[in-house]
Design a protein around this ligand. Structure first.
Ligand code: PEP
Length: 251
């Protein structure tokens, strides 16, 4: 089963309009024509339109960092799937650990968002991962398994193949600590097995699994060469075109 490598840049709450468009243009202009890697930029919601203008007609895709799982209505401050697709998004990050920790997002919330994303023709990138304490207590597999089951609740085989899972150990996000390729591969293989148990081997073999957590140009090649690592979700290093392009080149 060949899975196309997917490198997504999660800009989080960074940039201003000019910095966002310069960064997007830097990625578009620096992308090698022969690159087989799928590239997605996830800017802050307010800059999606400006970044869309930079990437439209190029191989670079666009993604949201979150969505609200309801149709249009009285939900002040929220953005739904229809709005994301309307502005040009093909992807949306869901259940990022920062949203789980800071905004109290639960697996049930993520599951609702997942179904809204799929109904809106967005590819969901569903994030799971354990904290340092959970890893030290030997709970990594249990935590990842619970998050995965809760977040994918109600998902059927037909739609499962099109989703993306990002394994992002919380202790490696923005800390400079990276899971070793062996540590990351072990959890990715575990996730693939869980998906196989739920959706069958064929579907599980089609689902792309990204690693996220301090991915940089210097460690990307080894991580991306692992059997079950099909891409990266990149935070800090996606804010500099040169670094992000270095990660893409390693894919
Ligand atoms: C992330 O937030 O998704 C992430 C992986 O961040 P960083 O690359 O900065 O660790």
């Amino acid at each position: 089963m060949t899975r196309r490598t997917l490198i997504a840049g999660n800009w989080k709450m960074n940039t201003r309009r000019q910095a966002a468009t310069e960064l997007a243009r830097g990625v578009v202009d620096g992308l090698s024509e022969s690159s087989q890697v799928e590239v997605v930029l996830c800017p802050p919601a307010v800059y999606l339109g400006a970044v869309a203008e930079c990437v439209v007609g190029t191989p670079v895709g666009l993604g949201g960092q979150n969505l609200y799982a309801e149709a249009d209505g009285a939900f002040t401050g929220e953005v739904n799937a229809g709005m994301l697709t309307d502005i040009g998004c093909g992807y949306v990050i869901l259940g990022h650990s920062e949203r789980r920790q800071l905004m109290g997002e639960t697996d049930a919330d993520v599951s609702k968002k997942l179904h809204a994303a799929l109904a809106g023709n967005l590819v969901p990138i569903v994030c799971v991962g354990e904290t340092q304490e959970q890893r030290e207590n030997g709970e990594t597999e249990q935590v990842v398994s619970d998050q995965l089951k809760g977040s994918l609740a109600g998902l059927d085989e037909a739609r499962a193949a099109g989703i993306v899972i990002a394994y992002e150990p919380v202790w490696a996000i923005g800390t400079g600590l990276t899971a070793s390729p062996e540590q990351a591969e072990a959890v990715h293989a575990f996730i693939r097995q869980l998906l196989s148990d739920d959706f069958g081997e064929d579907v599980a073999g089609q689902i792309r699994l990204q690693y996220g957590g301090s991915v940089k140009p210097g460690n990307a090649a080894e991580l991306l060469s692992q059997k079950n690592i099909d891409g990266a979700l990149v935070g800090g290093a996606s804010l500099k075109a040169e670094d992000f392009l270095g990660i893409i080149a390693a894919g």
